[in-house]
Design a protein around this ligand. Structure first.
Ligand SMILES: Nc1ncnc2c1ncn2[C@@H]1O[C@H](COP(=O)(O)OP(=O)(O)OP(=O)(O)O)[C@@H](O)[C@H]1O
Length: 356
C-alpha cells in the first residue's frame, strides 16, 4: 500500500502544486488520479518515486517512508510509464524493453529473453523487436513503454497520461490491454489522466483532484457517478453520469422471459430479427453473463419493439428482456434517496460499490 499523509509540494517559485494531500493507494489495484490541467496529478505521482520530493508530509510504501529509501533502490521496485512512451530513439525495441534488466546487471541473453516475453505479454509481434522506435506506430510504442516498465517485475507501476497521445480507437485498445494485463499481474498501479472516461473505465478507485492539489473525492467509479461529493466533482464528471454508471451494474440479474414466437432465429438458435408484416425488423442483443446493464439497455433501444434479446456467448438466444425487466433492476440500483437525482448529494466516498 502507498499512503500520502498530509503531503504538500511547494515549488521554489511559491506555486503550491499539492496541498495537504492524504490518501491511500491500495495494493494490487488501479488507483486513478484525475483532475483538470495543473491540479497537481503529475507532481503527486512523481513524489512517489522521488523524482520530486515533498515539501512536507510523508509518503510511505508498504509502511516505509520513501525518503528513507535511496532513489535508485526505490525506483527498481517502481515501473514508470509516460506519455509518448519516452523510448530511447537509438536503441532497438528489444533493448529498450531490457533497459532495467541491463542496469540490474543481467546477462544480455537473459535480459533479451525477458524482453521478448514481455513484448508478447503486451500483445506485440516479436518480429518488431529488432526495429527502432520511429519504425513503430504510436500505439505500438506505448505498448513497448508498458513492457519496459514491467521488465524488472516491479510491484508498483506509475503511469502518467500513458495513452493520451494516441487516437481514440488505439487508446481504447490500450486501455483494454492494460485491464487484461492487470487481471493477470495484479500490480499496484497509480494512473494519471485528465480524462474522466478513462478514469472510470480503468480505476478500481478514482481520486478526483482540484487545482491546488486538493482531493475533491476518492471513491470507486460507480459511487463517484452516483454520489459526486460536490458541484466541482459533478461538473467534472460531466453529462451522462446516469447512463455511464450502468456500465458498473452486471446484466446477469436481468429477469429474462422465454423468447416469443415473433423472434425469428436461424437453425442454431441465433436471432435473425423480429417478424413484422413488412419482414424482419431490427433487434439488439446482450450477453447477461458478461455484459453490463448499459449493454442491456442499449440492446432494448436498438430493438424495433424495445425488447432486448439475451444471447449466450455463442450468440444463441437465451430469452428476452423488456424495458420493464431492465427498469426493475435499475430501481434496485437507484441512487440513495438522500441524493435524489444526485444534485446536492454529498457522498463521502465510503459507500459500497455495485457489483461489476
Ligand atoms: N517545476 C515547477 N516549478 C514551478 N511550478 C511547477 C513546476 N512543475 C509544475 N508546476 C506547477 O504546479 C502545478 C501542478 O502541476 P502538475 O504538472 O503536477 O499538474 P497536472 O495536474 O499533472 O497537470 P497536467 O494535466 O496539465 O499535466 C501547476 O500549476 C504547474 O504549473
Amino acid at each position: 500500500m502507498i499512503t500520502f499523509e498530509d503531503v504538500t509540494k511547494r515549488y521554489r517559485d511559491g506555486t503550491v502544486a499539492v496541498a495537504d494531500l492524504s490518501l491511500e493507494v491500495p495494493t494490487g489495484a488501479i488507483t486513478v488520479f484525475v483532475g483538470p490541467s495543473g491540479c497537481g496529478k503529475t507532481t503527486s505521482l512523481r513524489m512517489i518515486n522521488r523524482m520530486i520530493d515533498a515539501t512536507s508530509g510523508r509518503i510511505t510504501l508498504d509502511g516505509q517512508d520513501v525518503r528513507e529509501i535511496d532513489p535508485p533502490t526505490l525506483r527498481r521496485g517502481i515501473g514508470y510509464v509516460i506519455q509518448q512512451a519516452g523510448l530511447f530513439p537509438h536503441r532497438k525495441i528489444v533493448d529498450n524493453v531490457a533497459t532495467v534488466p541491463y542496469l540490474l546487471g543481467w546477462s544480455k541473453r537473459k535480459a533479451r529473453a525477458r524482453a521478448m516475453d514481455l513484448l508478447e505479454l503486451v500483445g506485440l509481434d516479436p518480429g518488431l523487436a529488432g526495429r527502432y522506435p520511429f519504425q513503430l506506430s504510436g500505439g505500438q510504442q506505448q505498448r513497448v513503454g508498458v513492457a519496459r516498465a514491467l521488465a524488472a517485475d516491479p510491484p508498483v507501476l506509475l503511469m502518467d497520461e500513458p495513452f493520451s497521445a494516441v487516437d481514440p480507437i488505439v487508446r481504447a485498445s490500450l486501455q483494454d490491454e492494460l485491464l487484461r494485463l492487470q487481471s493477470e499481474l495484479r500490480k499496484t498501479i497509480v494512473f494519471v489522466t485528465h480524462d474522466i472516461d478513462e478514469a472510470v473505465k480503468l480505476g478500481d478507485t478514482v481520486a478526483v483532484m482540484r487545482v491546488g492539489g486538493r482531493l475533491a473525492q476518492m471513491a470507486g467509479p460507480a459511487t463517484l457517478l452516483t454520489e459526486p461529493a460536490d458541484d466541482f466533482v459533478r461538473e467534472f464528471l460531466g453529462r451522462d453520469r446516469g447512463i455511464r454508471r450502468l456500465s458498473f451494474i452486471s446484466a446477469k440479474e436481468v429477469r429474462l422471459r422465454p423468447a416469443p414466437s415473433d423472434l425469428a432465429t436461424d437453425e442454431d438458435g441465433r436471432p435473425l430479427g423480429w417478424r413484422t408484416a413488412n419482414g424482419l425488423a431490427a433487434y439488439g442483443t446482450f450477453t447477461p453473463e458478461t455484459d453490463s446493464l448499459r449493454a442491456a439497455l442499449d440492446a432494448a433501444l436498438l430493438s424495433a419493439n424495445g425488447t432486448a434479446v439475451a444471447v449466450d456467448e455463442e450468440g444463441r438466444v437465451r430469452g428476452v428482456a423488456g424495458r420493464d425487466a431492465i427498469d426493475e433492476l435499475l430501481a434496485e440500483y437507484a441512487p440513495p434517496a438522500s441524493g435524489g437525482s444526485g444534485e446536492g448529494s454529498s457522498g463521502d466516498g465510503s459507500s459500497e460499490e455495485a457489483p461489476a
